[in-house]
Design a binder for this molecule. Sequence first.
Ligand SMILES: [Zn+2]
Length: 275
Amino acid sequence: MAEEIKKKKVVSAADAKTVTKAADETKKAAKKVEDATEEAAGTVTGKKKTEEAKPVGNAKGLRIGAVCLWVAAIAFELVAVFTLFGKINITFMNTMTFLIILIVLDLICLVIGSQLWKKANHIDPASKKNKTKFWLWNNMGLIVAIFAFVPLIILLLTNKNLDKKTQTIAVVAACAALLIGGAASIDYNPVSAEEKQVAEANITGKVTWTQYGKVYHIYIDEDTWCQHLNNSDTVKVGTVEEAIAAGKTRLCKTCAHNHNLEGIEDLPLGGSGPD
Ligand SMILES: [Zn+2]
């Protein structure tokens, strides 16, 4: 009998332990739900429109396209230069109109070419190990912009054949084109081959981004969104490679923090530090 009681005691002690454990677990679960609710309150209040990312293009094809457009831009500049030197006689319109049309065509070809080049750099980035190539690859658009307008501006300024009004308007137009073309040709979010490699190796799941956003976010499912995505945003969902190709070169810092991926967004590679 005594033994039975002892046994019962042991059993009830064990029961008590189980109950405590269960209570602990319930508390933990409740905390989790609470956390999730808190997170949800700050993040999701509605369904987002999601879109599949466009397939990543062919870097080589884009570079060829860029170079062809840049050559066309320089060709329009050369036509303007020949016109200034009187090698081309314009009979169907006045010289000022002709020069402005050439400057605009020059600008259009430059800007489209630079966009193709930037896209190619995001699909097939240069390595930071070769600093000269890395710099050249990322600044090529700006260099072409200088070549596409600076010689023309100098010749316009020094030209003696043009009347004052035509000269002034052409110089202003060419300077404006240089500024617009230069600004549009700069890659404000360059990426290196090393950064792309590390991101792709560490983020194997899907990521999400918006059209005008600069970063990409970790994508879990349709109900879990990063707090930095607005409800009105149509978000694209795809791979890291597709995000980078779309010009979103870095992982959002909040996402990096929440998913233990800190350091991905600002790699110390190449010794240039975070930027
Ligand atoms: Zn995020």
